[in-house]
Design a protein around this ligand. Structure first.
Ligand code: ZN
Length: 55
């Protein structure tokens, strides 16, 4: 099962969730494991830009 990075706006911290790709696509709200808040956003964009840097 792949791990996806998320950012919690309440904790101001990143965390990871293990989700199936289908779950990740369909789910609209995710829950922070620390504060149980749902003000979280997907951090996948940052993840993809890491390797796009050319030297
Ligand atoms: Zn949180």
């Amino acid at each position: 099962m792949p791990t996806y990075p998320f950012y919690c706006e309440k904790c101001k911290k990143t965390f990871e969730l293990n989700l199936k790709l289908s779950e990740y696509d369909k789910k609209k709200t995710f829950q922070c494991p620390k504060c149980k808040g749902t003000k979280v956003r997907r951090e996948i964009a940052a993840f993809q830009t890491i390797t796009s840097k050319k030297s």
